[in-house]
Design a protein around this ligand. Structure first.
Ligand SMILES: NC(=O)C1=CN([C@@H]2O[C@H](COP(=O)(O)OP(=O)(O)OC[C@H]3O[C@@H](n4cnc5c(N)ncnc54)[C@H](OP(=O)(O)O)[C@@H]3O)[C@@H](O)[C@H]2O)C=CC1
Ligand SMILES: O=C(CO)COP(=O)(O)O
Length: 320
């Protein structure tokens, strides 16, 4: 069965390369010049260099052509998803749409699956998430991800369709748990990068990862997620990767904030917007999310890393 990936960024390209090892894949890029350059060079030199395209991968800028398949992977950034779906609703209704982005939407506080449901009510939504760097997937290095879908039959179908010998998908019907794990780990990764960048030490990072994980569980449980989803690939697994690897862009933004360096704001860093989205909803829901709030203030330059840490340390002592 042929599949399509919409969005030729690092992740969309990596998934297209991996899945094209076993079946035809169409990769859609919004920029015609970029699409043609990729199709000719057989590489995405801008977003994912040194990852050659298999023969079964075709790049097109023509969305109508790309949307002919039944299963489409959505690999655009979270804050762009709604606009993309609204603009192209007629092409996407009735399709199986697998969100590959990690984050919560500013303004609504919802994740990609809810956005798909709102914009394309006749589509079947699913989510692909978990610990994986695009470059690793493209190189065929062993990777395990979570495929979350509320419909068990669809989950099984997508698991079989998208798994490859090196890309191992586990399925789950806990969509909200998988979404929140992938979204929040990016926020915690910014915090971890910031303490390392500011020279506050590995112990501080371990404290933030652990208390951040508690924050992930608190919010996810309040939204009806299952605790075991948070301890799986999409939660704990991705938290570990993103908070400890300098390859993570969220961690890199944290490092820059901690060091007082500039950061290129064209780089996709989902945790910054997600921190803001979740700070807004947590306040409304009466949930205590101190690290998420600290990251929002840090990113918005309302607090320095020293002030943010002092604020966290000054909180009343409590039971773990
Ligand atoms: N990179 C990674 O290792 C991983 C990324 N992810 C997730 O994948 C998602 C995408 O990240 P990634 O691929 O890395 O990001 P990139 O910055 O590499 O690429 C983003 C892509 O989205 C396209 N895009 C941006 N805005 C729009 C829009 N309004 N309409 C249509 N297309 C648009 C860009 O097009 P253009 O090039 O023309 O600007 C580009 O192709 C994120 O949610 C991220 O968290 C998940 C796991 C791993
Ligand atoms: O989601 C990722 C790893 O699972 C990629 O992390 P960054 O977006 O921080 O680079």
């Amino acid at each position: 069965m042929s599949i399509t990936v919409l969005g030729a960024g690092a992740f969309g390209t990596a998934l297209a390369i991996a899945i094209a090892q076993k079946q035809p894949v169409t990769l859609w890029a919004r920029d015609a010049d970029q699409a043609n350059a990729m199709q000719t060079a057989r590489e995405n030199s801008r977003r994912l260099p040194d990852a050659p395209f298999p023969d079964a991968l075709t790049v097109t800028p023509d969305l109508e052509v790309a949307c002919k398949t039944k299963v489409l992977l959505l690999a655009v950034p979270m804050q762009k998803l709604r606009g993309f779906l609204e603009r192209n609703q007629s092409l996407l209704q009735g399709k199986t749409l697998v969100a590959c982005c990690k984050g919560m939407e500013i303004g609504t506080g919802v994740g990609p699956v809810a956005v798909i449901q709102q914009c394309c009510p006749t589509a079947t939504p699913a989510l692909l998430t978990g610990p994986s760097f695009a470059a690793d997937i493209a190189r065929g290095l062993p990777t395990a991800l979570t495929l979350a879908c509320a419909l068990p039959d669809q989950a099984k179908l997508l698991q079989d369709l998208l798994s490859t010998p090196s890309l191992r998908l586990y399925r789950s019907n806990d969509v909200i748990g998988a979404e929140l794990g992938g979204a929040l780990k990016n926020v915690i990764a910014i915090a971890c990068g910031a303490v390392i960048g500011a020279g506050l030490g590995d112990s501080a990072r371990a404290a933030l990862m652990t208390r951040g994980y508690t924050e992930m569980q608190r919010l996810a449980t309040a939204r009806g997620a299952r605790p075991e989803t948070l301890s799986g690939l999409s939660g704990f697994g991705d938290l570990t990767l993103t908070c400890s690897s300098p390859l993570s862009r969220n961690y890199q933004l944290g490092l820059a904030l901690g060091r007082g360096d500039d950061f290129d704001d064209s780089i996709t860093v989902e945790g910054a917007a997600t921190a803001e989205a979740l700070s807004q909803t947590a306040q409304k829901d009466g949930l205590d999310m101190p690290i998420t709030l600290a990251v929002t203030n840090l990113v918005n330059r309302n607090l320095t890393i020293e002030e943010a840490m002092a604020h966290l340390l000054k909180r009343p002592l409590k039971e773990e």
